[in-house]
Design a protein around this ligand. Structure first.
Ligand code: 6R9
Length: 653
């Protein structure tokens, strides 16, 4: 028998009708400043992608040798800019120096202890050449995998670009992962070299990275050498003779002139491991030309980049956001980027705002998890600083609840900065859906419309298109230059996971709804849908209703089995400045009922001090599902930020 709800769409229950048109002053000076301009680009990219991308690639990348075909598409395998030769490090560095922009500032860096460093494009190029020469001296060749486990220092970006320069493949591992996770990634990728540092500064303490790396290297037989940056300067750093080399011993003395290797467009630029909800992490593979072009152009379109901008993306290079919007996008566009090493609440909760004021940041790109933390910490930290340099705000990583959006808009943007809520994934290489700040009237909680080249499709579980105003699975109907080219060493999983739901179309794993204005609303992961009495509800809508109550900072909503309704709704809630009690619990139930209806009213509400999150700040609803249903927590927990968060939740049972 078929389940009557099996091919149902997802019910949409949250009404959000606030609309924020771009300020006229912003539009007047914007790169994309008319709706017509967007429509023309969008239609051309959709109807004649080859002509559109040929022009884009010729204009925006440097070619040592021209490409022939724009696209060879043998679904799900794409080759972009076939036979051309380029180099991502050249596009990010040499191109600017050659164009007389070598003295522009590329990176303004601040360490957590307050030390600073500024690098012009010319200086960054020299450093990258030296590092590339050192990699070669250490035996790294084109196609070799280099694992990078480093703090957010300029040398992290330098190492990535040095790999790109010689055609080595970088695999950046966030410097918070355990020895076990590093070894897994080294082994999966057969990494040849590891780059790390003695330690890193985090909230005033030193974390000894090299010791963790040593433990990992004991279980990483393919790694032959380890390059070690001195960052924190402690003296008892274990160095293994014949394997470990100090950065200052081998990099500093190299020549600063090492030409970028002309590389085939489809040369693997990097792999980046991302956790599947179950099973082992997968190495998402991106290639040189398509990815670099996508990162650069989406950066320019979405962030409306102008020469005098000071741009700050608060992500870590250990995530795709850092790859695309700290390194490859902004540097290819010649931007001046602030890079910060440490925590947002060290030495105090106003560190970000202090940095914005000090460096006169104009564009700020951060994540909902950070925004919700700032709200919890209180407005007094923001009020201490002059944030008037800001002109544009961005959000990425999770859906931003409308109330968090409103706070960002009022408190940080002073009601004058457009907010770009950017939806994308490690797999997509760069932003796919986002407002264009000069033209798109924004709606809190919506990532609005697709960028040129992006053709979203929404289907129900049977693969049929769903009507506007209903939610379903989000797919991409057309290949785009920044798309992943595979999962490292696992072709079956690549085909199975992304290309099997509707053959030839990319399955994102998220649900979404398109509203009557053609705006998209992400409704959370496919696996997170809650089925209450045959109604399929999106977690994020119920969460947003909870967050719109004054007492609530964060909410995570999951389904748990229920004999009567199929699933019942369980909510985990963090509150600020109030005593969580039965009265508040009832009030929250009533609040959700009033906001979105009786159907969505949570059956259980648990107050908790923290929610389990991934190290990049995403709520792990999968774990909460197990907690809510009283099951043993199963599956991969290696990306969990703080294991104690989970333990506490279980205690609170
Ligand atoms: C860039 C990045 C991808 C998943 C994605 C979705 C969620 C990211 C979002 C968003 C709603 C947004 N996500 N941005 N959901 N609105 N603006 O985060 O990549 O770490 O691979 O995560 O994150 O669920 O599928 P990645």
């Amino acid at each position: 028998m078929t389940d009557p709800a099996a091919n149902a769409s997802i019910d949409h229950v949250l009404i959000e009708d606030r609309l924020f048109p771009p300020p006229a002053e912003f539009t007047a000076d914007a790169i994309i400043r008319s709706e017509q301009q967007y429509q023309d680009m969008y239609q051309r990219a959709k109807d004649d992608p080859e002509a559109f991308w040929r022009e884009e690639a010729n204009e925006h990348l440097h070619w040592f040798e021209p490409f022939g075909d724009v696209l060879q598409w043998d679904a799900p395998h794409a080759k972009w800019f076939v036979g051309g030769k380029t180099n991502a490090s050249y596009n990010c560095l040499d191109a600017h120096v050659a164009a007389g922009r070598g003295d522009r500032t590329a990176i303004i860096w601040e360490g957590e202890p307050g030390d600073t460093r500024t690098l012009t494009y010319r200086q960054l190029l020299s450093e990258v050449c030296k590092a590339a020469a050192a990699l070669k001296e250490l035996g790294v060749q084109q196609g070799d995998v280099v694992s990078i486990y480093m703090p957010m220092t300029p040398e992290l970006a330098i190492t990535m670009l040095a790999c790109a320069r010689i055609g080595a493949i970088h695999s950046v591992i966030f410097a918070g992962f355990s020895a076990e996770s590093i070894a897994d990634r080294n082994n999966d990728a057969s990494a040849k070299l590891m780059v790390t540092s003695d330690g890193l500064h985090r909230r005033g303490k030193v974390l000894e990275l090299k010791k963790t790396v040593d433990e990992a290297l004991a279980k990483s037989p393919t790694v032959q050498k380890c390059l070690v940056l001195r960052r924190t300067g402690q003296d008892d750093v274990p160095m293994t003779e014949g394997r470990d080399v100090w950065w200052h011993d081998i990099v500093d003395g190299q020549s600063d002139d090492l030409p970028a290797e002309p590389l085939d467009s489809e040369t693997t630029l990097f792999i980046l491991y991302t956790s599947g909800s179950t099973g082992k992490p997968k190495g998402i593979r991106h290639t040189t030309a398509g990815y670099n072009l996508w990162a650069k152009r989406t950066f320019q379109w979405v962030f409306d980049h102008h020469e005098d901008d000071i741009y700050w993306c608060t992500a870590d290079c250990g995530w795709i956001t850092g790859h695309s919007y700290i390194v490859y996008g902004p540097l290819a566009a010649g931007a001046t980027c602030l890079m910060y090493e440490g925590a947002p609440n060290y030495p105090a909760e106003d560190r970000f705002w202090e940095l914005v004021e000090k460096y006169q940041v104009t564009i700020l790109y951060t994540a909902p998890t950070a925004i919700r933390a700032f709200i919890k910490w209180g407005d007094q930290h923001v009020d201490k600083h002059d944030l008037s340099s800001l002109r544009l705000l961005g959000s990425v990583g999770e859906g931003i609840n409308p109330e968090a959006w409103m706070w960002y808009h009022r408190k940080i943007g002073n009601e004058k900065c457009p907010i770009v809520d950017t939806w994308w994934q490690t797999e997509t290489g760069g932003i796919m859906m986002s407002p264009l700040p000069g033209i798109t009237a924004t709606k809190p909680g919506s990532c609005t419309r697709p960028l040129p080249g992006v053709v979203p499709v929404i289907v129900d579980e049977a693969g049929n298109d769903v009507d506007a105003e209903h939610g379903g699975m989000l797919l991409m109907g057309q290949p785009w230059p920044g798309m992943l080219r595979g999962i490292w060493g696992d072709e079956d999983r690549f085909v199975d996971q992304y290309w099997s739901a509707v053959p030839g179309k990319y399955l994102t794993g998220d649900n979404a709804r398109k509203d009557g204005d053609g705006y998209y609303w992400i409704m959370g992961r496919i696996d997170d849908v809650i089925n209450v009495s045959g109604h399929r509800l999106s977690t994020i809508e119920v969460e947003s209703a909870l967050v719109s109550h004054d007492a609530v900072c964060e909410a995570a909503v999951v389904g748990r089995p229920d004999d009567l309704k199929g699933q019942a709704i369980a909510a985990f809630v963090t509150v600020a400045d109030v005593e969580p009690n039965e009265e508040l619990r009832n009030e929250l139930r009533q609040h959700v009922r009033k906001q979105i209806g009786a159907l969505a009213q949570p059956d259980d509400i648990r107050f908790t001090a923290t929610l389990p999150k991934t190290r990049s700040g995403k709520i792990m609803r999968r774990l909460l599902r197990d907690v809510a249903s009283g099951r043993e927590v199963v599956g991969d927990t290696s990306t969990l930020e703080d294991l104690s968060a989970l333990a506490k939740l279980r205690e609170e049972d």
